[in-house]
Design a protein around this ligand. Structure first.
Ligand SMILES: [Zn+2]
Length: 352
């Protein structure tokens, strides 16, 4: 017959010293398993003398319960210390910079300029709206007073996706779309991508960005257009910038004007010292956009009331965002803005 007291002492010492769940499982089998001394003792109680059975059975059960409890506590202790250790070892300070630090990105030059332009016009009371890049021929041409035979409608000048569906060639389709959505007065700018099947060169790419402007209200004149664009030019190019309007032609404005700004590099003189100014090529003026008073015919295409051409007038303009970016940052070739050469992207790095 096993000495249960000694067995208990031995087992308690072993369990107390166990350092892993696997060791504990081994001890559980050794001391409480089917073939353990304790289990054997409990099984053979029937072979004892009747007066021994009670005390021995009681002691054996006590030892078993004590060992079971001890194993359970030791398991819990080991689990807890393992968790503590993992928490210590795997501690991550999320406030530390990455290793190596991840460089902070910034907006592309075109996006930076677009946002500056938007900010200026928002400051002048205009709202920013966007329109679809896939457009109906109707909004891109017809509603903008382009006659059916207008050459811009030809497939060599426009990407057609289906009959009467195209990639917009300018941001101007939003003029009529915006007027259909809202009664006058209306003051909006429309930035966005436009598409033309141009062969890429220093001043042409098949996809570029424009910013359209449209104002419709009572008593608007060309002077309001000029004042608006002068305020824009002074914030964009410098406070001494001047604006000049020259006669132009666009199907959807009447009269139409080409707008120049005085050269911000040479101050409008055309010269830097004795050298011809490279930015304005000696002209003293730089063409930046086309604009004009909204042709009353365009107002006729606005479905719904509220655009009584006897009562309201408007002015509109469209300018290339890349062109402004190239002027402000002296980028010599339009294609450079789309090459994604890191040297250019990083040179014009600014906060997002
Ligand atoms: Zn100049």
């Amino acid at each position: 017959m096993a000495d249960l007291a000694q067995l208990r002492t031995e087992a308690e010492a072993a369990v107390g010293a166990a350092g892993s769940a696997a060791e504990l499982e081994e001890l559980r089998v050794r001391y409480l398993g089917r073939k353990s001394e304790l289990t054997q003792a409990l099984r053979s109680i029937g072979e004892l003398r009747p007066d021994e059975r009670g005390p021995v059975g009681k002691q054996a059960n006590e030892v078993r319960r004590a060992l079971e409890g001890l194993l359970e506590r030791r398991t819990a202790e080991l689990d807890a210390s393992e968790l503590d250790q993992r928490l210590t070892e795997d501690h991550v300070d999320v406030t530390l910079p990455g290793d190596p630090p991840v460089p902070v990105g910034h907006l592309h030059l075109v996006s930076q300029i677009r946002r500056r332009m938007e900010d200026i016009f928002v400051g002048l009371g205009f709202s920013v709206v966007e329109g679809p890049e896939i457009e109906y021929e109707y909004y891109n041409f017809t509603a903008l007073n382009h006659p059916p035979e207008h050459p811009a409608r030809l497939p060599q000048d426009t990407f057609y996706l289906a009959e009467q569906v195209l990639l917009r060639t300018h941001t101007s389709p939003m003029q009529v779309r915006a007027m259909e959505l809202k009664e006058p007065p209306i003051y909006i700018v429309v930035p966005g991508r436009v598409y033309r099947p141009d062969t890429p060169d220093a001043t042409h790419v098949p996809m570029f960005h424009q910013l359209e402007g449209l104002a419709i209200d009572e008593d608007l004149t060309l002077a309001d257009l000029q004042g608006t664009l002068l305020a824009f030019a002074r914030q964009m190019f410098g406070e001494h910038t001047d604006v000049r309007l020259r006669p132009g032609y666009f199907p959807f404005t009447e009269p139409s004007v080409e707008v120049d700004v005085s050269c911000f590099r040479c101050g409008g003189t055309g010269y830097e010292g004795s050298e011809r100014c490279p930015t304005c090529k000696g002209e003293g003026w730089i063409e930046i956009l086309g604009s004009g008073m909204v042709d009353p015919n365009v107002l006729d295409y606005v479905v719904g009331s509220g655009y009584d051409k006897e009562r309201v007038q408007g002015f509109a303009w469209g300018m290339g965002i890349e062109r402004i970016a190239m002027l402000v940052y002296q980028v010599p070739d339009l294609r450079m803005l789309f090459d994604n050469d890191l040297r250019l992207l990083e040179q014009f790095g600014a906060g997002p």
